[in-house]
Design a protein around this ligand. Structure first.
Ligand code: SF4
Length: 321
């Protein structure tokens, strides 16, 4: 298939974020991990309490972020550190922790404005829940999309409602579909997050999730293995023996199946995951990110396959950004 040979010619058997950034911006961009001090409706009681059981107390954010610094100062501080290490660069301003569209529009505008305040910021990436995206949020992000490239990062995690309920996600795949449609018609790039190996999910569920991403014209994807963070509620269930984790071989096989089925143009932002080393309980193989990535590439090459080689357009497919 033409698409699969295109992916193969680029060196990796999938369309990596690094390749996308080089083609689009001429060089890799550095990521600024920002914390605007938002909370999450799955923690404050408006949807649920306790949060998703896989989520750590930092809201799946980077624990090193100094959230007491304002966003503008966080940007300045991290740009200065990055320039010392890498020289002058361009940046992705990444609002990662908790739910970064969960607040009044005026506050969101001020936060996004601060995040793109440095002239070398080229991308604004906003992590959130699909049920916290509505027309006014999309309109605001579309405004920013005229200043810098905007990525809207939505956690789907699983397409299986029973699994979402089991991990206390308090959200549905239809929430995700709706948010994708509102975003796409305004030209926003959606990055979906999927977790492979959630309790109750099967490899077939992971393939169904890929089909949903294809149908909704999702622009990018972050896939990672389930890992157990000692600060997350799931840690107690894992310690009691209630959460099996995948072997590396099982994970690699599942991810390769997913990549083969994924639209060939979807940008792959991530294929592994781990907690900070001090909090990472399982699986231990996930701590060696390089080895996992190499194993995925080796397996794709062994199969003679590439991203999109089993992609089939469906009648439900929507347009792509
Ligand atoms: S994963 Fe996201 S939605 Fe779930 S509790 Fe953490 S911040 Fe909230």
């Amino acid at each position: 298939m033409e698409a699969s040979s295109r992916a193969g010619r680029q060196g990796l058997p999938y369309r990596s974020l690094r390749d996308y950034l080089r083609a689009e911006f001429g060089a890799p961009l550095q990521r600024l991990c920002l914390d605007a001090g938002f909370t999450c409706p799955n923690r404050d009681g408006s949807k649920a309490v306790g949060g998703c059981t896989f989520c750590d107390v930092a809201g799946s954010g980077a624990s090193h972020i100094e959230e007491t610094l304002g966003v503008r100062r966080q940007v300045q501080h991290q740009v200065a550190l990055s320039e010392k290490r890498h020289g002058r660069s361009r940046y992705i301003a990444y609002l990662q922790a908790f739910t970064n569209t969960y607040g009044p529009i005026d506050r969101l505008r001020a936060v996004y404005d601060a995040a793109v305040s440095h002239p070398d910021v080229a991308v604004l990436s906003v992590g959130t829940r699909a049920d916290c995206v509505d027309g006014s949020v999309c309109d605001l992000l579309a405004e920013f999309n005229r200043r810098v490239e905007v990525w809207l990062e939505l956690g789907l995690q699983s397409v299986n409602q029973a699994t979402l309920d089991r991990v206390n996600r308090a959200e549905t795949p239809d929430d995700f579909r709706l948010a994708c449609r509102m975003s796409r018609c305004r030209g926003l790039r959606v990055v979906a997050h999927l977790i492979v190996g959630l309790p109750g999910d099967t490899p077939a569920d992971c393939l169904r999730a890929v089909d949903l991403l294809n149908e909704e014209g999702v622009w990018g994807v972050k896939i990672h293995n389930l890992y157990i963070d000692s600060r997350a509620p799931m840690a107690a269930e894992w310690e009691a023996g209630g959460i099996p984790t995948m072997t590396q071989e099982e994970y690699v096989a599942c991810v390769c199946d997913m990549l083969e089925r994924l639209h060939p143009e979807t940008v792959i932002h991530r294929l592994t995951g781990q907690a900070p080393r001090a909090f990472h309980l399982a699986p231990l193989w996930a701590l060696n990110k390089g080895a996992v990535l190499e194993a995925i590439t080796a397996e794709m090459r062994r199969r003679g396959s590439a991203q999109g080689c089993r992609f089939r357009p469906s009648n439900q497919s929507s347009g792509r950004v």
